[in-house]
Design a protein around this ligand. Structure first.
Ligand code: CU
Length: 218
């Protein structure tokens, strides 16, 4: 019996261990960090060139200045030198889930080339990653697809970068802009003219009816 209990407890502790560390994941009840890397150097770096501290806030309120947008970060354009260690403090100011998710890192160190901090609600978390030496513009977004679509995108330029990404609020134009075309052809104008005429006739008729009623009552 003792052996069985021991075996069971051993099994359950291994299960917990693998759940907490799977794929470089650090989890608790407030959120999740993926691929935190404060010390492993990318192949093309001999040492960490600089510590770059980034504090980035996410909320619906930063999108208020942009028509048709719902969520964004307080700052959407970041810069760092190659081989820098980026220490990200992500602050979620909303009561819903938001992420700071960055893509394009080398896959041999970061599974799927990704680094992310997720917060299930208001709060903050800090984690780090080290960028390779090469010039590159990294894409940052909130992975909730409607949030990405509604403005939650940013970029991190390492070195000279590789140009600006599209649809970064206040920085670049969207690749596929929201267009609401109005095609006014001659039928539109005809319909408009008819409506104005009918409206005028209706007002004329109503005032006559009213005038008659007033005469009767007086
Ligand atoms: Cu979000």
């Amino acid at each position: 019996m003792k052996t069985l209990l021991l075996l069971l407890s051993l099994l359950s502790s291994t299960a917990t261990y693998s759940a907490m560390n799977h794929g470089g994941m650090i989890m608790d009840e407030t959120g999740m960090i993926m691929n935190h890397n404060p010390d492993k150097l990318p192949k093309d770096c001999k040492e960490i060139s600089k510590d770059v501290d980034i504090t980035i806030r996410g909320s619906h309120k930063y999108a208020l200045d942009f028509n048709g947008k719902m969520f964004t970060y307080d700052k959407r354009d970041w810069q760092a030198p190659g081989c820098a260690r980026i220490n990200v403090t992500f602050i979620n100011e909303d009561d819903i889930r938001h992420q700071f998710m960055l893509h394009g890192l080398p896959g041999y160190m970061y599974p799927e080339g990704m680094f992310s901090i997720e917060l299930y609600g208001k709060g903050q978390k800090t984690a780090s990653f080290i960028v390779p030496a090469r010039d590159h513009t990294y894409y940052i977004h909130c992975e909730v697809s409607t949030h990405t679509e509604k403005g939650m995108k940013a970029q991190l330029k390492v070195g000279k970068g590789t140009g600006d990404l599209s649809s970064i609020l206040g920085l670049t134009a969207p690749l596929t802009p929201d267009i609401y075309p109005i095609n006014n052809d001659r039928y539109t104008w005809f319909a408009l003219a008819v409506s104005i005429l009918m409206g005028a006739l209706l007002i004329g008729w109503l005032s006559k009816v009213l005038a008659k009623k007033m005469k009767k009552s007086s």
